[in-house]
Design a protein around this ligand. Structure first.
Ligand SMILES: [Mn+2]
Length: 401
């Protein structure tokens, strides 16, 4: 059985208010082409299809158009789960119409995929969180766990764990027991596949999902997964990676660099051949459709010169200028006229921006409020206004309750 695994498309996502749609279109064209060449039996999209609960109409249109092409008239089954950025109900609303194209969707933990035919696939049995499928003479048993926020889990699965555990421990315990229970439905003669969108410990975070650990779910250890899974397709972390100690679990990573912290990641999708023994996993590289660059210049004239040299090049630029004075509006206009895709121009006042470099361990120790203030200072070169900070702390406090 041949599988293609991808995740974290974030369709509709912008950068500093500028659309990434042209890049997303290029990726989807490549994805359709690669899947046409590879001819997988199964495509797994492990969450964060869209970037927001209310994706723009063009993003939805792009998604549906892509799904239709991927199905090769139903020859390939595509399985989609919701990530934390997706609206589960909205994502799966088209489910009944999508069935003929071999598309299976799960929005929330515990969703039941109706039995019946999905293109070339036939779901012969299903229940909350799992399904059995016949697919071109082979059998595949799937466990689908869309983004398991604490809230979504509590709505579906009852909590019977011990009182003396911390919330994070209780959460991990719950995830472990969900997988263990669902693995009880694995048939010995079938391939065992898990698709989920969550943060597994020891994964190297890229920064962009850090807030999620604060806003509704926690990291879990790799031990939460059942041992007899043949492949575990994960989404949520944008840097492609293996989960330490779990050779069969992978994050495919995002197909596009979505912020400055992601620019050194490779972009790729994964092709997996399941044969009954160890899965054979192949990384299929994707091009960087439009690179994000950080230019640090010594003074305004150097910055203008650099804009001239790179005039007309297709890249996003964060421009940092070392200076002791105010950057004049005229100079900013000149730079932006030369290089249209400058996302921000940030003055680096001498001696102020190189202070306070935390080691990762140190930063973990600091109160969240201090980290936010420091982040804001570094990002914008300004103090965060106290009202905004209070509001943020209030919102996070409510989340805790
Ligand atoms: Mn995510």
């Amino acid at each position: 059985m041949k599988i293609i695994h991808t995740a974290d498309w974030h369709l509709g996502k912008n950068i500093e208010g500028r659309s990434r749609l042209p890049e997303q279109k290029l990726f989807l064209e490549d994805f359709v082409r690669i899947c046409g060449e590879e001819e997988p039996d199964l495509i797994l999209i492990a969450g964060d299809i869209y970037d927001s609960y209310n994706p723009p109409a063009y993003a939805e249109q792009l998604f549906y158009d892509t799904l239709k092409k991927l199905s090769r008239n139903g020859a390939c089954v595509t399985v989609i789960i919701a990530g934390n950025h997706d609206n589960p109900d909205r994502l799966t609303a088209s489910g009944p119409l999508a069935r003929d194209h071999g598309i299976i969707m799960a929005g929330t933990p515990g969703s039941v995929v109706p039995e019946g035919s999905y293109g070339a696939g036939n779901v012969t049995e299903s229940g909350p969180g799992y399904l059995h499928m016949d697919l071109k003479g082979e059998k595949a048993d799937l466990i689908l766990l869309p983004f398991p926020s604490e809230k979504r889990l509590n709505e579906v699965f009852l909590d019977e764990t011990e009182e003396d555990l911390t919330r994070a421990e209780r959460y991990e315990e719950k995830i472990r027991s969900i997988f263990a229970d669902l693995a009880g439905h694995f048939r010995p003669e079938a391939f065992h596949i898990i698709v989920s969108h969550l943060f597994v410990m020891n994964s190297v975070s890229d920064g962009s999902e850090r807030s999620v650990a604060l806003g509704g779910s926690y990291m879990v250890g790799g031990g939460v997964f059942p041992e007899d899974a043949d492949y575990i397709a994960l989404g949520h972390i944008h840097k492609p990676q293996k989960v330490p100690g779990l050779p069969r679990a992978r994050y495919s990573g995002a197909p596009i660099h979505y912020n400055q912290r992601e620019i050194n990641h490779p972009n790729q999708i994964l092709a997996i051949e399941l044969t009954g023994d160890t899965p054979f996993i192949r990384e299929i590289p994707l091009p960087v459709y439009k690179p994000i660059e950080i230019w640090r210049c010594k003074g305004v004239s150097e910055a203008i010169e650099r804009c001239q040299i790179h005039e007309g090049e297709d890249s996003w630029v964060f421009l940092e200028i070392e200076t002791n004075e105010y950057i004049h509006e005229e100079d900013i206009k000149t730079m932006k006229k030369l290089k249209g895709d400058i996302l921000s121009i940030r003055p680096l006042i001498h001696g102020e921006n190189d202070t306070q470099q935390y080691n990762p361990g140190e930063a973990e120790e600091l109160p969240f409020e201090d980290l936010v203030r420091e982040f804001y200072r570094r990002r914008f070169g300004l103090e965060m206004n106290p009202e905004s900070l209070d509001l943020l702390m209030d919102i996070l406090g409510e989340e805790d309750k």
